[in-house]
Design a protein around this ligand. Structure first.
Ligand SMILES: Cc1cc2nc3c(=O)[nH]c(=O)nc-3n(C[C@H](O)[C@H](O)[C@H](O)COP(=O)(O)OP(=O)(O)OC[C@H]3O[C@@H](n4cnc5c(N)ncnc54)[C@H](O)[C@@H]3O)c2cc1C
Ligand SMILES: Cc1cc2nc3c(=O)[nH]c(=O)nc-3n(C[C@H](O)[C@H](O)[C@H](O)COP(=O)(O)O)c2cc1C
Length: 876
């Protein structure tokens, strides 16, 4: 027997959303139906949005107490009868007269939020008047006319909208070809569709009579007088869509709107993280119901990775393809906090107005209730990934859900979930490594965090292998059991890169120490990774050389750590970073393979120079066990000079002048006036120079003193230098350096927010000025001090947290965000020498382009397919 739905006017009997859709397709003329239902281009994404839900199957539990089934949820901090809100949909008036009011009322009946579109037919004010106690969210399409955008935001506030939903994925309209085929030109129906409209008198009488096509209520006040028709409004909006909507523009909107902010249009983790940094309260994971970019992934497929990335920090809503209560349950099981209903409620609206929309909501709620019961999870909080069997197209070892990378089009990095439990693994560890394993209380607190103290955490175990072979054996074991491994050197890092997680194995290199040999002919030294920088410097001096990398942590930091962070320090202007001192490396890969790259020759062009992948990789690609280092000749006569300068361009001119005077510059440190004045204020005794100069230069130069004096004289004559002091003794030189080294006192005397950034040398002066103004504008009265190793492009900008009205983590985060964004504008680097680690990970995209980021992920995947090495550092 053939099954048939009831006739379309008996929509109250409809049992499913699909049935309502069928009825709507009959009640509406084809052009209105296509507007409502069509997807972009070949509609592959539209269809995949539905298939994505079918790919997941339930794993129901039985014999569970079902006497109380609760499908209520919290959305944006308020209780809702179900985890659903009505999605913003424009031009609903084509389906039903006063459609937006009808939807808002249906939402109110069901105790859920309703989202009004910017391009709605009823205005914000009409909704506020008709449904004053309903939960209203307002969806904003930012307009080119900034004044109108600000006005819309103000009107949303006045209408008591609880949230602003900024849609980011439709500034350019998708090509809905089936919709477009109804028209002769964008505003005129073709003959066939005009006739078709006449054949739908019920619809015409209800939706069009007596005023014809409705206009866009929210936009009327921005249209020229006398041009308020639907066609004029449509022309206006098509010209007004803000194609320059960027993160900066969104940030401005965030500043204007103090209520809840939802960003709608997110499909990948990078953008989700961006929203988090920007201070959004929630995001909508959506492909706009398949109406924008065809072949975008189904929203549901993108959800798990986004939940993993920001689920703790942001509320996550999902839409696209929700047609059943079980779809809502699946989205929640994969980590969403709630969903939006687009077409599902519009089908109801199109057949029965407010009552029809309400019927659609009732169906969804009943189906959700029923799903919870049959699944054996009577409460929403019991929905998790365990409820679902893996989608059919995924292999079982991906722990049942798509990883971030697979969804973003990058190779999948399988999450490092351990197949063995902790006890079994620890037994294996102790069996294999005996006394070099420390567990529980025996693990020293010094390995819980690095110098920053950030996110201190006791690892599951600390292992200190003494040989390369032991490191290799340890990594093999951890890799086989997918156990996270965190390499640790001297723990002096300043980026949180060596911080362990509770389930990780910290690997300390402190027993793999010693200088193995010095090759005087080649001027090289072979060392083990755990050797401290100071030991290496001393051994080089003893052999008649110099190891030129130097900085304050020399007594504790290890060469393995220096290599892993590509450390800089003093003297980079002359000798380069650690990368420039490394000739060869021995590295153990994640799976325990050891690669011998122990080249000792200055010239060696044989294929890819693989060592560079590991230098600066912060323990995420391999563990360095040995290295061959270049040695420099011992230092000659050196001079220390402090100058007062009129401007930043003068400092750059002086840099050229000193270089071309045949001097070898060891340091070229520029202090801005605020820094100099502050530092001198912390010291007793006479000032070497008055505090009246805009800039100060501390320079260390090696070479003939007469060359330096001649260059200085010429600089004084041209006005590049206004005053200068040349140290005549080591004590005087130390006194001058003490002014610059005030940075060591920052943690005690300020509440510093430190920036270690690099910028093109000519732009540094301008950056200091414009970034300073930008910070002052947003945080009036904020105190900023700047100094930089200008010859190395490195600026250290410090914000004093004590000068802020509120020194909270959120303010600090906002300041970081603002400064790094500014750095991105100048094509600078957010990390000059301290690395990315945990602390700068979320800002990486300001300096690294998406294609490069993609290659980084590919490299990580190739060398560490299980993602065990220092997970979560540098890359997400
Ligand atoms: C007072 C002070 C001054 C500083 N001045 C400077 C400066 O001027 N310039 C500068 O660049 N830095 C500076 N630093 C930062 C820090 O000292 C360097 O980053 C240093 O290179 C870290 O070495 P570490 O052995 O302490 O490494 P850790 O902090 O232990 O680890 C840092 C990173 O390296 C990884 N790692 C450690 N050992 C290995 C290994 N064998 N194989 C693979 N990965 C490994 C860790 O997993 C982590 O990602 C300073 C720090 C302090 C405390
Ligand atoms: C007819 C129609 C109009 C829409 N108009 C808007 C809009 O004005 N603003 C917006 O952010 N999204 C708009 N959307 C997208 C929805 O908010 C939502 O993302 C989408 O409908 C979800 O998919 P679903 O229809 O499969 O539930 C529209 C969708 C439809 C179907």
């Amino acid at each position: 027997m053939q099954r048939r739905y009831p006739p379309s006017h008996r929509w109250r009997q409809a049992q499913s959303i699909d049935e309502l859709a069928g009825m709507a397709s009959k009640r509406l003329p084809a052009f209105a139906w296509e507007y409502l239902n069509a997807g972009a281009e070949d509609e592959r994404t539209l269809n995949d949005n539905r298939s994505a839900f079918q790919r997941w199957q339930w794993r129901p539990r039985t014999l569970v107490d079902l006497s109380e089934i609760d499908s209520s949820a919290t959305l944006l901090g308020r209780q809702s009868a179900m985890p659903l809100a009505i999605a913003p949909t424009g031009y609903n008036g084509m389906l039903w007269r006063d459609a937006d009011i009808a939807l808002a009322r249906a939402a109110q009946q069901h105790d859920i939020p309703f989202t009004l579109s910017t391009v709605s037919c009823n205005s914000l004010e009409e909704i506020a008047a008709a449904v004053p106690t309903g939960r209203l969210w307002f969806q904003l399409y930012p307009l080119r006319d900034k004044q109108a955008t600000r006005d819309l935001i103000a009107r949303a506030r006045a209408a008591n909208a609880e949230a602003l939903v900024v849609t980011t994925d439709a500034v350019v309209l998708g090509r809905r070809e089936w919709d477009s085929r109804s028209y002769l030109n964008p505003r005129r129906l073709n003959l066939r569709h005009t006739l078709d409209a006449l054949c739908h008198p019920h619809w015409a009488a209800q939706a069009l009579w007596p005023n014809g096509l409705p206009t866009l209520g929210n936009l009327l006040k921005y249209l020229p007088t006398g041009e308020h028709s639907a066609a004029s409004a449509a022309t206006y909006i098509s010209q007004q869509m803000a194609t320059d909507l960027t993160w900066e523009a969104l940030d401005e909107i965030r500043q204007q709107w103090s209520g809840k902010l939802i960003v709608k249009g997110i499909l990948n983790t990078e953008d989700a993280l961006h929203c988090q940094r920007l201070g959004a309260d929630a995001i909508v994971v959506t492909n706009h119901g398949g109406r924008q970019l065809d072949d975008s992934p189904a929203s549901l497929d993108c959800l798990p990775a986004i939940v993993d990335a920001v689920g703790q920090q942001l509320e996550i809503l999902l839409d696209s393809g929700i047609r059943r209560g079980s779809d809502i349950a699946k989205a929640l099981a994969l980590g969403a906090n709630g969903v939006l209903s687009g077409r599902a409620t519009l089908y109801g609206l199109a057949v029965g107005g407010e009552a029809g929309a309400s019927h659609a909501l009732t169906l969804l709620q009943q189906q959700l209730h029923n799903t919870l019961a049959l699944l054996g999870r009577p409460r929403l909080s019991q929905l998790d990934r365990d409820c679902l069997a893996p989608p059919l197209h995924l292999s079982s070892h991906t722990s049942g859900y798509l990883t971030a990378s697979a969804v973003d089009g990058r190779p999948a990095i399988v999450q490092s979930t351990s197949p063995t439990n902790d006890d079994t693994f620890l037994n294996l560890l102790c069996d294999g490594f005996g006394d070099s394993v420390l567990l529980g209380e025996a693990i020293p607190a010094s390995c819980f965090s690095d110098w920053t103290g950030h996110a201190a955490c006791r690892p599951l175990a600390l292992v200190s292998p003494a040989t390369t072979e032991e490191v290799a054996k340890l990594l093999r074991l951890c890799n086989d059991h997918h156990r996270p491994v965190v390499p640790q050197g001297g723990m002096t890092g300043l980026a949180g890169a060596a911080v362990p997680s509770a389930d990780s194995i910290a690997v300390s290199l402190c027993r793999l120490t010693g200088v193995e040999s010095v090759d005087r002919d080649a001027a090289t030294m072979t060392v083990r990774a755990g050797t401290t920088l100071q030991t290496i410097q001393e051994a080089a001096t003893q052999a008649g050389f110099r190891y030129p990398v130097d900085f304050g942590a020399r007594g504790t930091c290890q060469i393995g750590g220096n290599i892993a962070t590509n450390a800089g320090g003093h003297g980079v202007i002359r000798h380069g970073m650690t990368r420039d001192q490394v000739l060869g490396l021995e590295v153990v890969l994640a799976d325990g393979r050891t690669i011998d790259l122990m080249n000792g020759m200055l010239k060696n062009n044989t294929g890819y120079d693989l060592k560079h992948c590991f230098i600066g990789s912060e323990g995420t690609l391999g563990i360095v066990t040995r290295a061959v280092l270049r040695l420099a000749p011992p230092q000659g006569e050196s001079h220390t000079l402090l100058c007062g300068l009129p401007s930043y361009p003068a400092a750059v001119a002086l840099l050229h002048r000193l270089r071309s005077a045949g001097l070898a510059l060891e340091a070229f440190e520029v202090m801005w006036q605020d820094f100099y004045t502050m530092s001198c204020g912390w010291r007793d005794g006479q000032l070497p120079l008055p505090t009246s100069y805009p800039l100060y230069l501390l320079c260390e130069a090696e070479g003939d003193a007469s060359h330096l004096e001649a260059a200085l004289e010429a600089a004084l004559e041209t006005g590049e230098v206004e005053d200068a002091v040349l140290a005549s003794s080591t004590t005087q030189a130390r006194g001058l350096w003490a002014i610059r080294e005030a940075t060591g006192e920052f943690p005690v005397k300020l509440a510093p927010i430190n920036f270690d950034i690099s910028l093109p040398i000519p732009a540094i002066g301008d950056f200091v000025e414009t970034a300073g103004k930008m910070l002052q504008q947003r945080w009036p009265g904020v105190r900023i001090v700047n100094f930089g190793h200008i010859g190395d492009s490195n600026l250290h900008l410090t914000v004093d947290g004590r000068s802020l009205t509120e020194d909270t983590p959120a303010t600090r985060h906002a300041i970081e965000s603002a400064v790094y964004q500014w750095v991105g504008k100048y094509r600078g680097s957010i990390s000059a020498e301290h690395g990315i680690g945990l602390l700068k990970r979320d800002f990486l995209h300001h300096s690294v382009r998406p294609e490069a980021l993609n290659v980084m992920h590919t490299l990580k995947q190739a060398l560490d397919p299980h993602g065990i090495l220092n997970p979560g550092k540098v890359l997400n």
